[in-house]
Write a protein that binds this ligand. Structure first.
Ligand code: NAG
Ligand code: NAG
Ligand code: NAG
Ligand code: NAG
Ligand code: NAG
Ligand code: NAG
Length: 365
């Protein structure tokens, strides 16, 4: 049986229907005296989420059984079979002497450890996501606590350990963007926030998307959330980062037992980060043409590599580019691209277009 509690947090409304029939009374709350063991389930009030142990397909730990409980210090703790050694703990410091601490699985899928008396939240699973981004969860930085919430892929279908892909809200820039990394290599980016959605995901940046995103960027936090635009529609949805470098958006109707994929990024091979190098442009081609071209006024840095269809080195300004730069005619509209990555740029959103042009012309580099 599985030992990864935080990763083994199951999202199974399909299985639930089958499983629930086995239980007489459903428990949504853990207390010091009521832990859950292998085979037990914690089930949210509305029966939308369940938490339990599951078996890893290739696991060598099949015979180990776990216990999840609240210890005397008020921490949520996962024990192995003998209950002597803890495998995992929330490790928070509480002065909980006379306070009763409970952990409740909510209908949004959040496992919340809280003081029963005041409802003060001590720890919540939404702050430590794994590969799934649920409605009501926040991705990004809480500036008051320093907590940065990121998604990471599983190691494999059977192994919820930390995989190679991570999905991160870049909170350093004044224009935050969502980045997908493979290790420390940038794999994909969302495009900038345009007030409605992420500009590089056309289906998410229009008003008629089923899902809506929101960005909070202030002194307390830089974070993003999503929601379903039609809350009455009886839909479940989740975003999942997989081990192949894709992010899928799954949906399921409550009446339905299937998860459908409603969207995937990267969209195509041109959607991968920096596919055609610096100052390059990528457009998926039907035929035999190379998908990379240089932006107007630029040429391949290495023509021989380029002709061998290797765009790694990108493009450079054509000869004489520096002098042409002084002419306003050099501003060219380029379509079907994301705005440049501004991680290391200073962005002044208050600048008018004219003023922006003027400042560009002052410095051609
Ligand atoms: C939690 O507090 C409520 C009242 O606020 C009480 O009814 C309940 O019994 C408490 N739960 C536990 C486990 O002590
Ligand atoms: C992660 O990347 C490393 C290096 O590229 C590779 O050896 C390993 O197999 C990858 N792991 C998974 C789970 O894909
Ligand atoms: C943000 O800045 C920190 C500290 O300078 C750095 O470690 C981190 O890699 C940066 N993140 C991104 C996404 O650029
Ligand atoms: C999207 O909706 C918002 C608020 O309902 C509205 O202000 C905005 O003009 C709409 N944008 C588009 C492109 O329809
Ligand atoms: C690609 O092929 C499809 C169907 O054969 C065609 O409709 C489309 O216009 C082509 N696109 C390009 C960019 O040539
Ligand atoms: C593409 O060119 C770069 C050097 O710019 C080189 O390191 C890389 O190996 C080349 N890739 C292929 C597939 O030849």
């Amino acid at each position: 049986m599985i030992m990864y509690f935080t990763k083994g947090f199951l999202l199974l409304h399909t299985l639930l229907v089958l499983l629930l029939s086995q239980f007489d009374t459903l428990q949504d709350t853990l207390t010091t005296s009521k832990p859950i063991r292998d085979g037990d389930l914690l089930v949210s009030k509305g029966e939308t989420f369940a938490l339990g142990f599951f078996t890893l397909g290739e696991s060598t730990n099949r015979d180990t059984s776990g216990v999840l409980s609240i210890d005397l210090h008020g921490n949520l703790v996962l024990y192995g079979e003998d209950r002597k050694k803890s495998i995992w703990s929330t490790n928070i410091v509480t002065n909980s002497n006379d306070n009763i601490i409970l952990a409740q699985l909510t209908d949004s899928g959040n496992l919340v450890l809280f003081l029963n008396e005041t409802s003060e939240v001590l720890w919540q699973s939404f702050d430590y996501p794994t590969d799934s981004f649920l409605q009501g969860m926040k991705l990004g930085l809480d500036r008051t606590t320093g907590l940065n919430r990121i998604l990471t892929s599983w190691k494999s279908k059977d192994d919820p350990g930390i995989g190679n892909f991570s999905f991160i809200l870049n909170t350093n820039s004044s224009c935050p963007e969502l980045f997908l990394y493979k290790g420390n290599i940038l794999w994909w980016r969302s495009g900038h926030w345009n007030g409605i959605g992420w500009s590089g995901i056309p289906t998410l940046s229009s008003n008629d998307s089923v899902m809506n995103f929101n960005l909070f960027n202030n002194e307390y936090e830089t974070s993003t959330v999503w929601g379903l635009r039609y809350p009455g529609a009886s839909l479940f949805s989740r975003l999942v980062v997989n081990g192949f470098g894709s992010i899928h958006r799954f949906v399921s109707a409550i009446s339905d037992q299937e998860w459908d994929i409603l969207g995937t990024v990267p969209l195509d091979r041109c959607d991968n980060y920096g596919k055609c190098g610096a100052f390059g442009k990528c457009q998926v081609q039907n035929g035999t043409e190379f998908e990379c071209t240089c932006l107007p006024g630029f040429e391949p840095r290495s023509p021989s590599e380029w002709s061998a269809r290797n765009a790694t080195s990108g493009c450079v300004k054509k000869h004489g580019g520096a002098s042409i730069c002084k002419s306003v005619a050099e501003f060219v509209k380029v379509e079907n691209v994301k705005f440049p990555d501004s991680s290391f740029a200073r962005v002044d959103e208050k600048l008018s277009l004219k003023e922006c042009e003027r400042r560009c012309l002052e410095n051609c580099s």
